[in-house]
Ligand binder design. Structure first.
Ligand SMILES: Nc1ncnc2c1ncn2[C@@H]1O[C@H](COP(=O)(O)OP(=O)(O)OP(=O)(O)O)[C@@H](O)[C@H]1O
Ligand SMILES: [Mg+2]
Length: 403
C-alpha cells in the first residue's frame, strides 16, 4: 500500500442498499467482480454518497438518490439507519471517518453520529501538524461531543460536520481525499454532446465534460505528462487513433480525435460526434485514471472499464489501471474474463460480490479460489468464466451486525 497518496484502506457499510453489513479492505488496485445485481455498484454508490455529501450536501446527495428510503436497505427487519465507516491513509496521516444516518419525523433524515479521527505521522507536512499528534471530533445527534481543535463550526443534524470542518487545516487533507473520490460510469452519448465550457477540474461521472478536462491537462507541465500517458494507452487500445484534444464549436466544446490513415499526408480529424463508442469510452477511462480531480489525486472507481472494448484492448487497459494505481487508488468493477485473464493480477486485488436472499456479501476470495490462483492452477479470468470467484464466508461478528 502506498502512503504517498490518499487511499481508502477499509470500508465498512451497514444497511446501505443491498448491503446489510460489509467490511472490505482495499489496496491500491482493486477489482470488484460478481454477477449482475450482486451489489458492486451499491458498494461504489456508498463511496460516491460520501464524496457528493462533502462537496455539495448530505441532503442533496440523498435527494439525488430518491431520499433516505431508497438508500437505506429495504428488508423485513426495516432497518432505521444506514452507516458508512471509512479508514484511510495519505501523505503523513491516517485515520477513520464515518457517520450514521437515520430517518426523522416527517420523512426526513438526521445524522445520528459522525466521527473523524486522524493521526499524523511521518513528515506530517500535508496538514502542517507535528508527527505524533492527532485531531478529531465526534458529533452525536447534532451536538459536538468531543473535539481536539478549536474553531469547529456548529454541528447540524442535517449536515456532515466534516464538510464545514474542512476550513480547519487539520481536517483539510481528509476532506480533500474523501471529497475527491470519483466514481465513473462513462456514457458515450453524454461524451459526444458538445458541452458548455467547463473548468475541467474533475471528470464528471458520465464523462460529459471530458473536453474541459483534456484542455485543463494541457495547461500544466504535470497535466501534459498525464495527457501523454492517456494518448499512449489510447493508441494501444484503439488502432489508428493518435490523440485527442478539446475543440471549441460555437461557444461549446467537444473532443477532436486525430487518426492516422494510411496514404493520407496528414492525420484525419474527427469530432466526438463521429467516433465510435469504444473510442470514447477508452478515452474516458484513461482521462479518469490519469487526470487529477480538483488538482489533487484521490481514489477513482470506474464501472466496467472494459465495456465496448475489443478483447485485444484488455492488455493495455490492465496496464493502464496498474500504471494509474501507482499515483492514485483505482477500483474497477468488471465482468471481463479477458481483462482478468492475466498473470498480472494479484489474487489479493480481487473482491468477490454475491447477493443471496437480497443481501450482498463482499469480500476477499474464499480459500478454494485463493488457493487455485496462488498455486497458479488457473487465472482469475478463467475462474470468472466458470463462476468460481466467490467471497469468503462472513465472520460471525459481521453476520450479527447485519441483523
Ligand atoms: N435500498 C435497497 N435495499 C435493498 N436492496 C437494494 C436497495 N437498492 C438497491 N437494491 C438492490 O441492489 C440491486 C442492484 O445492485 P447493483 O447495482 O449494485 O448491482 P451490480 O453488482 O452493480 O450489477 P451489474 O453488474 O448489473 O451492474 C438492485 O437490483 C436491488 O435488488
Ligand atoms: Mg453495476
Amino acid at each position: 500500500m502506498h502512503d504517498d497518496y490518499f487511499s481508502l484502506t477499509r470500508v465498512r457499510l451497514r444497511q446501505y442498499r443491498s448491503i446489510a453489513a460489509a467490511d472490505v479492505e482495499l489496496s491500491g488496485l482493486v477489482f470488484l467482480v460478481g454477477p449482475n445485481g450482486a451489489g458492486k455498484s451499491n458498494f461504489l454508490d456508498a463511496l460516491r454518497l460520501v464524496s457528493e455529501s462533502l462537496r455539495t450536501s448530505l441532503a442533496d446527495a440523498l435527494d439525488a438518490r430518491g431520499g433516505l428510503a431508497e438508500v437505506r436497505r429495504k428488508s423485513t427487519g426495516h432497518p432505521s439507519r444506514f452507516g458508512v465507516e471509512l479508514e484511510f491513509r495519505g501523505p503523513g496521516f491516517e485515520g477513520a471517518y464515518g457517520f450514521q444516518v437515520a430517518g426523522a419525523r416527517g420523512g426526513g433524515f438526521r445524522v445520528v453520529r459522525e466521527e473523524c479521527g486522524i493521526r499524523f505521522g511521518g513528515t506530517g507536512k500535508s496538514a502542517g501538524k507535528e508527527p505524533g499528534t492527532a485531531a478529531g471530533f465526534r458529533v452525536d445527534d447534532g451536538q459536538l461531543t468531543s473535539a481536539t481543535e478549536r474553531g469547529l463550526p456548529a454541528a447540524d443534524p442535517r449536515r456532515l460536520l466534516l464538510a464545514d470542518a474542512a476550513k480547519l487545516k487539520a481536517f483539510r487533507p481528509v476532506y480533500e481525499g474523501l471529497a475527491g473520490i470519483g466514481v465513473l460510469n462513462l456514457d458515450p452519448q453524454a461524451m459526444r454532446r458538445p458541452a458548455a465550457p467547463d473548468a475541467g477540474r474533475s471528470l464528471q461521472r458520465d464523462g460529459a465534460n471530458i473536453a474541459g478536462v483534456l484542455h485543463r491537462m494541457g495547461r500544466s507541465a504535470a497535466g501534459r505528462e498525464d495527457k501523454i500517458r492517456v494518448e499512449s494507452y489510447l493508441r494501444q487500445m484503439v488502432p489508428g487513433v493518435r490523440g485527442a484534444a478539446r475543440r471549441t464549436q460555437g461557444g461549446r466544446e467537444t473532443v477532436e480525435f486525430t487518426q492516422d490513415v494510411p496514404g493520407a499526408k496528414n492525420p484525419w480529424r474527427f469530432t466526438a460526434q463521429s467516433v465510435s463508442d469504444g473510442t470514447l469510452r477508452a478515452l474516458g477511462v484513461l482521462v479518469g485514471l490519469f487526470s487529477a480531480p480538483g488538482d489533487r489525486y484521490s481514489t477513482v472507481a470506474i464501472e466496467e472499464p472494459e465495456t465496448a472494448l475489443h478483447p485485444t484492448a484488455s492488455g493495455p487497459l490492465l496496464a493502464a489501471l496498474r500504471d494509474a494505481s501507482l499515483r492514485r487508488q483505482v477500483i474497477a468493477t468488471s465482468h471481463s474474463a479477458d481483462l482478468l485473464e492475466s498473470e498480472d493480477i494479484d489474487p489479493a486485488e480481487l473482491r468477490a460480490v454475491r447477493c443471496t436472499d437480497g443481501q450482498t456479501v463482499i469480500g476477499a476470495l474464499d480459500d478454494p479460489g485463493m488457493y487455485t490462483l496462488r498455486a497458479q492452477l488457473a487465472l482469475p479470468g478463467q475462474l470468472l468464466r466458470t463462476d468460481q470467484l466467490l467471497p469468503r464466508p462472513v465472520s460471525a461478528e459481521l453476520e450479527a451486525e447485519s441483523r
